[in-house]
Design a protein around this ligand. Structure first.
Ligand code: SF4
Length: 165
């Protein structure tokens, strides 16, 4: 595990913690926020309605005991998903054959997403929030300080998650 934390901190991650999978919170309202609050809804295969529902995500989480939750701050949101994908690849090769990743925000790799299939499935994954995870509760359950951003100058936090077993 130490190797994974070194990888994340060397990449500029602000904080990373080994967490219990049961501390991850899923909720039905998350999809509503995507559907009626985000320009990317329906425009990317890494966003709802193409992503797992919160119930499906909960079923996935129930297959694991542990994960690594990590965050970056301010303008580092684009780094989260590639880090989660790469950490998952490394963990898989180390024998954690069930390792899967959740990133942050919409996938911006292509100028326009092909929507029904991903052109680069080895490079991207859906966000935690896009799969029905309540990121605020999950972060707070694990001692991360996170508040809604009110002003542009406020502290921004972005989270990624890798489930390991
Ligand atoms: S890599 Fe391209 S095709 Fe795949 S989800 Fe991202 S934008 Fe869509």
């Amino acid at each position: 595990m130490k190797k994974y934390f070194n990888f994340l901190y060397d990449a500029g991650v602000f904080r990373a913690e080994k967490i219990e999978a049961r501390s991850i919170v899923t909720a039905p309202w998350t999809n509503y926020k995507c559907r009626y609050g985000c320009d990317f809804y329906g425009k990317s295969c890494c966003c709802p309605p193409y992503t797992p529902t919160w119930q499906e995500t909960q079923e996935i989480i129930d297959c694991y005991e542990y994960g690594i939750l990590f965050n970056t701050r301010n303008d580092c949101d684009a780094a989260i998903t590639p880090l989660a994908v790469e950490l998952t690849r490394v963990a898989f090769l180390d024998g954690y054959y069930k390792a899967i990743a959740f990133g942050s925000g919409p996938c911006l790799i292509c100028k326009e997403c092909s929507v029904e299939y991903c052109r680069f499935p080895k490079k991207t994954v859906p966000s935690m929030e896009g799969c029905g995870i309540d990121v605020f509760s999950t972060a707070r359950n694990n001692g991360f300080k996170v508040e809604p951003v009110k002003e542009r100058a406020d502290q921004h936090n972005y989270f990624g998650l890798v489930l390991l077993e």
